[in-house]
Design a protein around this ligand. Structure first.
Ligand code: SAM
Length: 779
């Protein structure tokens, strides 16, 4: 993670993924949204009759759902850094936005979301035409665009910011984000791992007695996963601006996420268990109607029904991979109990009940966030034709062919209804958190924090309810080929308990590709029908707009049975080559000649963790780029080498090979992404120091300012010219120190010294933004 200035320059685009597909973000309005009728009779009657919303609140609830969602954004990066950018907003822009009237109408100023810590998240409800034409709002818009471009602000829906806040992540935690793309929450998780890192790194640089090999960097790790290969790359793009060596991206179906191996202190391999897991699962997304018109167009009760089992399986798999004492946050952007409380109750039951997994009471967390307790029971299940079922027994009695098609299973119904509040075996579903649109002008959302209290052992299968249903169905409709095939597939998949922890005892020392693991992989590939396989590798980006939480992902169940939630015709099977094979991750030995020459050229401190440089080719040859990861990421990548784990990303580019014309020049330049990791450890022989704004401005504006001969200094880099002249050719680090009347914050840039000129090594678009002062930047 970069320090403030480094970060400012290193920015990539960082628009909140879930917002990116919307038109006119930052304006509080959406392009054609107003013209889309916010009506769907089934959706309305479902929630109206569900009893979830008290009748006196119904109008508020429903009219809020029909309104366009305000734009929300948060300040990113380390806390000190984020607070610095926030200060600019508060002091430079907000005073001009308060008490404004535009065309005779009062305009609401942007305001901080009260429940978000340190006022680091804000909301803007003003329409786009006001923003475009009202000068102070235009300036504000420019600020948002510039800061988003350099990665200091991330646009993200308010409710989507909640799950990471209740995860209580510490820098040493091992974290898994099971369904992570496009990555707005992953970014929060990474930021939490890197909290206060700058202070610790500075301490490690200055105090030689701190020599634990970490260089002050956090020991923790975030593994972000998505089943969709294309979306897993979206995830890489979204998190790139954070430059975190503590991130691994994988591409797996989370319902059967592979057990990762890691070496313990004795050098033996064991399963990696997580301190924190986020299961922000695919859902019907019916809480996103305010920004996602698909909900109005397509909503029907099968959306939730088709996803319930996938959601249960993801949560159960997450609970298995959690450490005892660890926490998993389950969240959806749906308001439907079938996707929420029913999933939580089913997962707890399958894992062995409250002795093993409990719901944490979070009522003291985020006190200003208005929320409603989870529903304890009493919800019903609506079939696709709008008929309600209060219990699975009623489904038994109904026309089973219809019920089978709509995939209603027992775990969708309340299981705790019969139990009194005093019954200790009752799952306290009221501890779940429900956020409704009318409470604080947000989208609808559901969050639950679960704690693992004891090892789970074998999980209960879904068999029981399914067998019962299948038996009844067979007796009623004979062997229906349409429904039968899907049910068979499900049974087979369920029959193979796709969970290594159930087949391997806790103390066992596993090896990659051990029998249990092989069995698992083979079983999946042998039993998965082609249609299902294709879907797994090619999950649709259903919105086509990167609307993360709104993504209505089709569940396997829906697809195998041909009951899609969309009226769109299924596309003909494409010839899929599958995702390309990823280049392996090969760590370089510390005595590799290239590393030795780099160490010598940059006078890299012997305390810098040089064991963590790697390249991405089978031969392990540093031919183009050298990456840096943290220790734990290295452990995970190397311990699972040769297994079937699909690692698609890890590492921050630290050095890139450059064509050099002259002998003796180190061809490995520092890549701006890796600069914040390296800069404190580079010797003074490769450092240039500046203080003046005009120096930075000159270097940003001019591509190759000349380095004049002694006595002929020019204007552009006057301040550093003498120092640069004295440097041998090659890459060095420009450090700009904070100075009264110049820059308030420290900045670091990679600089290339040529024979007669020097050059800031920044991508073109990053040259456009001079570090703030906004008054200077013409805002
Ligand atoms: C609600 S979105 C996640 C949003 C994300 N957490 C964020 O904050 O940006 C659900 C994601 O789950 C992925 N997904 C769907 N089925 C999955 C599965 N079986 N395993 C893992 N990921 C899955 C989808 O591709 C989608 O990116």
């Amino acid at each position: 993670m970069g320090g403030k200035r480094q970060k400012h320059r290193a920015g990539n685009n960082s628009g909140g993924g879930r917002n990116r597909g919307n038109n006119n973000q930052g304006t509080g309005e959406r392009g054609n949204y107003a013209s889309i009728p916010t009506e769907n009779a089934l959706y309305e009657s479902y929630y109206n009759q569900s009893g979830l919303i008290p009748s006196e609140e119904w109008n508020d609830f429903w009219t809020s759902l029909q309104k366009t969602l305000p734009t929300t954004f948060r300040f990113t990066g380390g806390k000190a850094h984020a607070l610095g950018v926030l200060k600019t907003l508060k002091e430079t822009l907000i005073p001009h936005l308060v008490g404004i009237e535009w065309e005779g109408v009062p305009v609401e100023a942007p305001r901080a979301l009260g429940w978000f810590p340190d006022s680091l998240a804000w909301q803007l409800s003003v329409g786009k035409s006001t923003i475009r034409r009202c000068p102070p709002f235009k300036k504000f818009q420019n600020f948002l665009v510039a800061e988003t471009t350099v990665g200091n602000i991330s646009r993200q829906e308010a409710v989507s910011m909640i799950p990471p806040l209740v995860m209580d992540i510490q820098p040493h935690h091992i974290v898994l984000d099971m369904c992570a793309a496009p990555g707005s929450k992953t970014a929060q998780l990474i930021e939490a791992i890197h909290a206060n890192e700058e202070t610790r790194v500075q301490a490690a640089i200055q105090d030689e007695s701190i020599d634990d090999g970490s260089g002050g960097r956090p020991a923790g790790l975030v593994i972000a996963n998505d089943a969709d290969y294309r979306r897993s790359h979206m995830l890489i793009h979204q998190t790139k601006r954070l430059n975190s060596p503590n991130l691994i991206v994988t591409n797996h179906d989370a319902t059967m996420y592979p057990s990762l191996l890691v070496k313990n202190e004795d050098g033996r391999k064991e399963y990696l268990k997580f301190d924190r897991i986020l299961a922000d699962v695919p859902c019907s997304g019916d809480g996103t109607a305010r920004k996602n018109y698909n909900v109005w167009r397509d909503w029907n009760p099968l959306g939730a029904i088709g996803l319930h089992l996938t959601q249960v399986r993801i949560l159960v798999r997450g609970l298995q991979m959690l450490k005892v004492g660890g926490r998993i946050v389950y969240s959806t952007c749906s308001m439907n109990p079938i996707e929420n409380e029913a999933v939580v109750a089913a997962a707890i039951d399958r894992c062995g009940g409250l002795e093993r997994v409990n719901i944490l009471d979070c009522s003291d967390r985020l006190p200003e966030l208005k929320r409603r307790p989870g529903v304890k029971g009493g919800w019903r299940v609506m079939d696709k034709d709008g008929s309600w079922f209060s219990s699975f027994e009623q489904v038994d009695k109904a026309d089973m062919r219809e019920a089978r098609l709509s995939r209603i299973v027992p775990s969708m119904f309340p299981s705790e209804d019969e139990k009194s509040d005093e019954d200790e075996s009752r799952v306290p579903l009221e501890r779940c958190m429900r956020v409704y649109p009318h409470l604080q002008d947000t989208g609808g959302f559901f969050i639950t924090v679960l704690e693992k209290r004891a090892e789970i052992g074998a999980v209960k299968s879904e068999e029981h309810g399914r067998r019962k249903m299948a038996a009844i169905a067979r007796s009623k409709v004979g062997t229906s080929s349409e429904g039968g095939k899907g049910a068979e597939v499900e049974e087979t998949l369920e029959g193979v308990e796709l969970v290594p922890t159930t087949t391997t005892s806790e103390g066992e020392t596993p090896t990659p590709g051990s029998p249990s693991k092989r069995k698992l992989t083979e079983a999946v590939s042998n039993t998965t029908p082609p249609a299902l396989k294709k879907l797994r590798s090619d999950l649709p980006d259903t919105n086509g707009d990167d609307n993360s939480d709104g993504g209505v992902q089709l569940g396997d169940e829906e697809t195998t049975l041909g009951t899609r939630t969309r009226p769109t015709a299924p596309s003909p099977p494409k010839k899929s080559k599958g995702p390309p094979a990823e280049e392996p991750f090969k760590y370089l030995p510390t005595d590799h000649p290239v590393l030795e020459s780099i160490t010598k050229f940059y006078d890299l401190s012997p305390r810098f963790p040089k064991t963590c440089f790697m390249v991405r080719n089978t031969e392990g040859i540093p031919s183009r780029a050298i990456y840096f990861t943290n220790h734990l990421a290295k452990q995970v990548l190397t311990s699972n080498e040769g297994s079937n784990v699909k690692f698609v990303h890890c590492g921050v580019k630290a050095f890139m090979k450059q064509d050099v014309q002259e002998e003796g020049v180190c061809p490995w330049r520092i890549q701006s992404e890796g600069l914040s990791i390296l800069e404190g450890w580079i010797g003074e022989t490769r450092v240039v120091r500046a203080r003046k704004r005009e120096t930075v401005r000159g270097l940003l504006k001019e591509l190759f300012p000349k380095v004049h001969a002694e006595g002929q200094e020019g204007d552009v880099i006057r301040e550093i010219e003498e120092r640069v002249r004295g440097l041998t050719m090659g890459c060095c680090v420009l450090k700009v120190e904070p100075t009264e009347g110049e820059f308030e914050d420290r900045m670091v840039f990679p600089l290339w010294k040529s024979r007669h000129s020097c050059n800031l090594m920044l991508p073109k678009d990053e040259r456009k933004y001079e570090p703030p002062c906004y008054c200077d930047a013409g805002l």
